[in-house]
Design a binder for this molecule. Structure first.
Ligand code: ADP
Ligand code: MG
Length: 455
């Protein structure tokens, strides 16, 4: 039976993308085939729905091709691959392990490029959910797919972590290759570019380094902000950039901030990178978050109640990566506990904690102390009526962090930081919230402060 199934899988493998194959078929097996009643063993119940909805025809064809009688196809969660029998409570690290995204293979199938283009087939343009947080960047991406090297060249995409930069630029790459398998693309995080360059120099091939780039139709550089202090690589990148640009080859660069806000980036390069504009990805609003969660659940073949989606959307305020992580955790826990996601949430065992968990044990007093220390102020100074700019900012940061991290009411925060009333607090929180969109120094400061609070 195992041999037959191997043949069936080989047949299926030819029909579906590598990504789909490894996600949905890798861990399947054939349990029985009695009188045309085919029973296929799968990893978990998410897979059943997905296999039924999306792949039943392909599975049936593959079975028939292998001379099996097919009347009904059923799926069963295999005990062998079921979540292990647990004799203890499930811990956060169990869940992290189970839900961690497994590396998938890069784009292959009929569109196999002759070299490793660095693209990951899991990032598709179809699975990128469009919302008010990303619609402008998405429109530019679409335009690049239709006409690369044209209007949006270079395409500079920036935004905070986990907001979809890698997904969108990889999706552009995958779509370009899908449409034209001969199109030569290279996706590389800037850190790889840097280490490849250093290796080339070490082995005496520094001069030839830019050769492989000259043949490209499209170069995608991810996380450009990490170029800081890498002068030689920056120079090399500048040359490659100019060469490709002159040939109208598409250049795509992502970064967590604008080039002008990256220390030590050559001014000429900074200007050129945004010649065709700078496109940003923002934090998703409530509706955007719900749309993303719905799509992700659908892709996983999981059922989840609208109320459960709304609960997650309301409670995850960091980024899309965390949103996705929370969804996976809840789906996994609900499967293990045999509850629907909403039942699980209502039972209280799904309280969303990862964004806040590290900080929760810390009291508001400790947080205020750390923020004051960060700004070289005493608590008394920071929580005074002073309108000196840096003191005021520190105070507003404190309001912002207390609100976001401890979910404290504005009235309570007012009392903690020594301001008149809750409207001042609301103003402070809004001010920081809007400044964070454009002020990357502030973003860095906030990240550093949060880290100091977690310690
Ligand atoms: P960044 O590169 O900005 O740090 P990623 O592209 O790695 O972020 O995105 C983090 C996660 O969120 C990925 O799993 C990605 O697929 C998902 N994601 C981000 N934006 C979207 C979107 N608009 N639609 C669907 N998934 C998204
Ligand atoms: Mg990224």
């Amino acid at each position: 039976m195992y041999n037959v199934w191997e043949n069936v899988l080989a047949e299926i493998k030819q029909k579906v993308s590598d990504g789909n194959y490894s996600t949905w078929f890798q861990d399947t097996s054939l349990i029985s085939t009695d009188n045309g009643h085919i029973v296929i063993g799968v990893k978990n119940s998410f897979h059943i729905k997905q296999l039924k909805v999306k792949f039943s025809d392909i599975i049936k064809d593959a079975l028939l091709k292998n001379n099996l009688e097919v009347k009904v196809i059923d799926f069963e969660v295999q005990s062998g691959s079921k979540p292990r029998v647990r004799t203890r409570e499930i811990t956060a690290s169990d869940i992290a392990r189970e839900t961690s995204i497994k590396p998938r293979r890069t784009t292959t199938s009929s569109n196999t490029p002759s070299f490793n283009n660095g693209l990951n087939s899991k990032y598709t343009i179809e699975s990128f959910v469009i919302g008010s947080n990303n619609d402008v960047a998405y429109a530019a991406a679409r335009s690049i797919i239709e006409s690369p090297g044209d209007r949006y060249n270079p395409f500079f995409l920036y935004g905070g972590p986990g907001l979809g930069k890698t997904h969108l630029v990889q999706a552009i790459g995958n779509e370009l290759v899908r449409r034209n398998p001969d199109y030569k693309i290279l996706y590389t995080p800037i850190s790889h570019f840097y280490s490849d360059f250093v290796d080339a120099i070490k082995s005496g091939k520094g001069k030839d380094f830019n050769r492989k780039f000259q043949k490209l139709d499209c170069l995608i550089i991810d996380d450009f902000q990490l170029i800081v202090n890498k002068e030689k690589s920056q120079e090399e990148f500048f040359n490659i950039f100019n060469d490709l640009y002159q040939l109208n080859k598409q250049i795509i660069v992502t970064s967590d901030r604008l080039p002008s806000q990256i220390k030590t980036v050559d001014e000429r390069l900074a200007t050129r990178l945004t010649w065709a504009g700078a496109f940003d990805l923002q934090l998703p609003k409530f509706e955007d978050k719900c749309a993303i969660l719905r799509t992700k659940a659908e892709l996983m073949g999981a059922e989840i109640e609208p109320e459960a989606i709304e609960y997650i959307a309301e409670n995850v305020n960091t980024n899309i990566r965390d949103l996705e992580g929370e969804l996976s955790t809840i789906l996994l826990m609900s499967e293990v506990r045999n509850l629907t996601p909403l039942e699980l949430i209502k039972s209280g065992s799904a309280s969303i904690s990862h964004t806040n968990s590290k900080i929760r044990p810390t009291s508001s007093k400790q947080i205020i102390e750390r923020i004051a220390k960060y700004y070289n102020l005493t608590v008394k100074e920071m929580c005074s009526k002073s309108r000196v700019s840096n003191i005021k900012t520190a105070r507003q940061i404190a309001m912002y962090i207390l609100s976001k991290e401890l979910s404290m009411s504005t009235t309570k925060i007012a009392a903690e930081v020594g301001v008149k009333d809750h409207t001042t607090v609301m103003h402070g929180i809004n001010k920081i919230g809007s400044d964070l969109k454009t002020n990357f120094t502030l973003r860095d400061q906030l990240a550093e402060i949060k880290e100091s609070i977690y310690d």
